[in-house]
Design a protein around this ligand. Structure first.
Ligand code: OAD
Length: 250
């Protein structure tokens, strides 16, 4: 379907869901996970960095790596995708933003309510008692990717403080998942932006939307297989979203 047709759907939609993945933050300089050469999981070992067992085995390696990522996000700025999505909110009756990203670039672009399916780099908590911990703004420069940093200790139980992201083998935050699934089932237009769509259960959302009659559009710089009922805009997330919003409303 050409972008002009998708813009028509956007113009008349009652409830739009925007579902973002790492590709939405890529143009802010935040690495994706699976892009060849630059993806985080192409260069770092998930079994050493992205499970609770890995954190317990080597807390400093894990904490250092997430501090590197957190500081990269702090230095980054929202890009045209985040801005176009924030602008979209003033043009459609209802907009739900669901992200798999652990950054805060949607919020900093002016979208205050975002469902974070995979947690946040900015909400660490104790690995033992679960108490929330402050994530202070760092004064030191960006550490190198492999540097070890001793995690802070919990002020309640002295356990290690862990990053507030969802690791492999962990459940998604209950409320976030319930809200996301309800929005996917209720919407009439579902825009899936910059995600490989291979990590479940998040990847179920486009299917839930489709099964409930929504128009589902994938926006991605790399083409992948979709069903005959879905649509694809191939291009960078920033240029595609800018064109779509401009075509529909400006
Ligand atoms: P991936 O790295 O798996 O996929 C990123 C997608 O973005 C790919 O399909 C790229 O082709 C596309 N892409 C890259 N740059 C783009 C651009 N400028 N414009 C448009 N598309 C672009 O990232 P996710 O799908 O987000 O989980 O990965 C899902 C989850 O896997 C992540 O949330 C993370 C990871 O393990 C956790 O941390 C729990």
């Amino acid at each position: 379907m050409p972008i002009t047709k998708i813009a028509e759907h956007l113009r008349v939609a009652r409830h739009v869901v925007v579902f973002t993945g790492a590709g939405a933050s890529a143009e802010s300089g935040i690495p994706t996970f699976r892009d060849t050469l630059t993806g985080l999981w192409e260069n770092f070992d998930t079994s050493k960095l992205a499970t609770a067992e890995a954190f317990r085995a080597d807390p400093s390696l894990c904490w250092g790596w997430y501090e590197w990522r957190r500081r990269k996000v702090i230095q980054a700025q929202p890009n045209g995708v985040h801005n176009a999505i924030a602008l979209l909110a003033s043009h459609v009756p209802k907009l739900t933003i669901i992200t798999q990203n652990v950054d805060d670039l949607h919020e900093r672009a002016g979208s205050p309510v975002v469902t974070h399916l995979h947690g946040s780099l900015h909400s660490p908590r104790c690995i033992d008692c679960g108490s929330a911990h402050e994530a202070p703004l760092p004064s030191e420069p960006l550490p190198e990717a492999g540097i070890r940093i001793e995690p802070p200790r919990c002020t309640s139980c002295n356990g290690y403080v862990r990053p507030g992201v969802v690791w492999f083998g962990e459940m998604l935050p209950d409320e976030a998942w319930t809200d996301a699934l309800a929005a996917a089932k209720d919407c009439d237009l579902f825009l899936s932006i910059g995600t490989s769509g291979i990590v479940y259960p998040a990847a179920e959302l486009p299917f839930a939307a489709l099964a409930n009659g929504a128009t589902v559009v994938h926006i991605n710089s790399l083409r992948f297989a979709i069903s005959s009922q879905e649509f694809f805009i191939q291009g960078t997330a920033t240029s595609s979203m800018k064109s779509l919003v401009e075509e529909a409303f400006l």
